[in-house]
Design a protein around this ligand. Structure first.
Ligand code: DOR
Ligand code: ZN
Length: 340
């Protein structure tokens, strides 16, 4: 992987959790994503939400058109928003247009989730169909109504129930933010895996409200205590195949973040890979990076591992203050590694 210390060749990364929105802003967000990734799980919390084969097929087409000038071979891995009303035929129709997973949003816990799930058991019949058809269940694991820092730990019992009731269902506990959920995923059977974001590897709650209010770091689930970040970092750097990258890159226009009731989401797509190289290098874990960004996730989803590569060079550059109207993660900072 390593050539004379100033250049690293990596497999072309997969992002197992990305938000691209819709409408006129979407093509710019797509270009930022595909500049670093060859495949991505595209989240369905658009407005309106992705709940039908026709809407998803149209969305996928628009994404491919936007990606074409930068990466014509980009593969969007489509998802639908879970609700109790799907028939098995609905699921089959969505699979036929490229859907690989359904996303469980508990009602009201994050951006565009007011229409999420409020009755846990009501979705079991659809989840059983997903298990039978081989669809992955992606879970935003936060329990509505709990104190904000306790929402994720309070949801672990639900992931345990799903894993027990549906032993053949592949479950991804998304964007882990607590030591307790890292421990739970390690303990649970092999059908349960988890994604880590770049920002949860790097931040604690101090980076959002510690010394000043930093709205561009505000996201769900909230980054938590230093010991939580430590557990996430150790798991990411350990080479355990249950843990892989899902950036949860979530663009919100600057004005939607810098206002009295700001939206949750960190825009990491423009900087994800340089920041990961930096963090893995500092931890002495560069040898674990290829599987984290382009191995374990593909294996879990049953996708072929990529044969494509990217090059990262040791060259200082300054992250722009704004990208496509969004203040990105590490805006204005000088980074050591640059994508070639
Ligand atoms: O911070 C977040 N933003 N967390 C999510 O779960 C959703 C995302 C978004 O769509 O903006
Ligand atoms: Zn997300």
């Amino acid at each position: 992987m390593n050539t004379p210390n100033s250049e690293i060749v990596l497999p072309l990364p997969d992002d197992f959790h990305a938000h691209l929105r819709q409408g006129e802003l979407m093509p710019g967000y797509v270009r930022d994503l595909v500049s670093q990734f060859g495949r991505a799980i595209i989240m369905p919390n658009t407005v309106p939400a992705m709940t039908s084969a026709a809407a998803i097929a149209d969305y996928k087409k628009q994404i491919l058109e936007a990606a074409a000038p930068v990466r014509p071979d980009f593969e969007p891995l489509m998802t639908f928003k879970l609700n109790p009303n799907y028939t098995e035929q609905d699921l089959k129709d969505m699979m036929a247009v490229g859907v690989v997973a359904g996303k469980y949003y508990p009602a009201g816990v994050t951006t565009n989730s007011a229409d999420g799930i409020s009755d846990f058991e009501a979705v079991f019949p659809v989840v059983a169909m997903m298990e039978k058809l081989g669809l992955v269940l992606c879970v935003h694991g936060e329990e509505p109504g709990e104190f904000c820092l306790d929402r994720e730990p309070a949801f672990i019992k639900r992931v345990e129930t799903l894993a027990e009731k549906f032993p053949k269902l592949r479950i991804v506990f998304e964007h882990l933010s607590s030591a307790k959920s890292v421990e739970a995923v390690k303990r649970l059977p092999a059908n349960v895996a988890a994604t880590f974001t770049v920002h949860h590897l790097m931040m604690t709650l101090d980076d959002i409200v510690g010394d000043a209010l930093r709205p561009h770091h505000f996201c769900k689930p909230l980054p938590k205590r230093p010991e939580d970040r430590k557990a996430i970092r150790e798991a990411a750097f350990s080479g355990n195949p249950k843990f892989f990258l899902g950036t949860d890159s979530a663009p919100h226009q600057q004005g939607k973040k810098e206002c009295p009731c700001g939206a949750a989401g960190v825009y990491s797509a423009p900087v994800a890979i340089p920041l990961l190289v930096q963090e893995f290098e500092r931890a002495g874990a560069l040898d674990k990076l290829p599987n984290f960004i382009a191995g374990f996730g593909a294996d879990f989803y049953g996708l072929p591992r990529t044969t494509k590569q990217i090059k990262v060079v040791k060259e200082k550059w300054t992250v722009p203050a704004i990208v496509n109207g969004v203040v990105p993660l590490a805006a204005g900072q000088t980074l050591e590694w640059k994508l070639k």
